[in-house]
Design a protein. Structure first.
Length: 245
């Protein structure tokens, strides 16, 4: 697959570049450039990102960073079985626990929420950093909801991190999940409060909390472009009616 000339491969994280130094230089450069394409495309065009990840995997399957990137690309395209296999391979190579939450979420994607819940109780969770522990809590709450245990999901999300006024990269997602769970439980007033708190933390608009809050408040947004089109159609109809007079 073609890669733009401006992509050099040096755009990737230094730690990944360090891993690739075990490969011959030309091969390392090729793998690095494909990994850059994965990173650049995974949010907007996950299928293309997945295609680049397969090339990198074919070139350097014994590099843990490559297996991890392939896992995330598969995860983004909902190929959960494949993603889980890649994450497990990466974990075997590094011995780390960082991928534990996303591995548990793959179990959810495969229709095995009970397995995800079991993973939430494993010793690996205690080894995660704060962001990883919050992510594991989100996955566990999602697994509870998969099993129809909405009240248990709410309790799972209730934590010191949820109640903290400090804003972290994961704060908006945690608050949003809590608000959504409250709404599913019929606790509308509390859900409204937490969607509002989500907006406070969501400076980049990563969630649709503002839309959810507006919906709860009975506010409807009109697409300006669609409204203009309707206005043009009405004008055309009026012109036709005038011509018939």
């Amino acid at each position: 697959m073609p890669i733009p000339d401006e992509v050099t491969g040096f755009e990737i994280d230094k730690s990944v570049r360090q891993e690739l130094m075990s490969l011959p230089k030309t091969l390392a450069d090729d793998v690095a450039r494909n990994l850059v394409m994965v990173a650049q495309l995974i949010d907007d065009d996950p299928e293309q990102a997945y295609a680049y990840s397969r090339i990198a995997l074919r070139l350097a399957s014994r590099v843990s960073a490559v297996r991890e990137a392939a896992g995330f690309a598969a995860y983004a395209t909902q190929k959960y079985g494949e993603a889980l296999a890649e994450f497990r391979a990466s974990r075997r190579m590094t011995g780390g626990v960082d991928l534990w939450p996303v591995m548990a979420d793959c179990e959810r994607g495969l229709g095995r929420p009970e397995r995800a819940m079991a993973m939430a109780g494993e010793p690996e969770v205690r080894k995660l950093d704060k962001a990883g522990q919050v992510e594991m809590r989100l996955v566990a709450a999602g697994a509870r909801r998969d099993m129809g245990q909405i009240d248990a999901a709410i309790v799972t999300l209730e934590s010191p991190e949820l109640g903290s006024s400090a804003i972290h990269p994961w704060t908006s997602r945690l608050r949003y999940a809590y608000a959504d769970a409250l709404l599913s439980a019929g606790r509308e007033d509390e859900a409204r409060e937490w969607f509002a708190k989500t907006i406070e933390a969501d400076k980049d608009g990563a969630t649709d909390a503002s839309d959810r809050l507006a919906e709860l408040d009975g506010i409807e947004f009109v697409d300006a472009e669609a409204a203009d089109d309707e206005g043009d159609d009405q004008d055309d109809s009026d012109d036709v009616a005038d011509d018939k007079k």
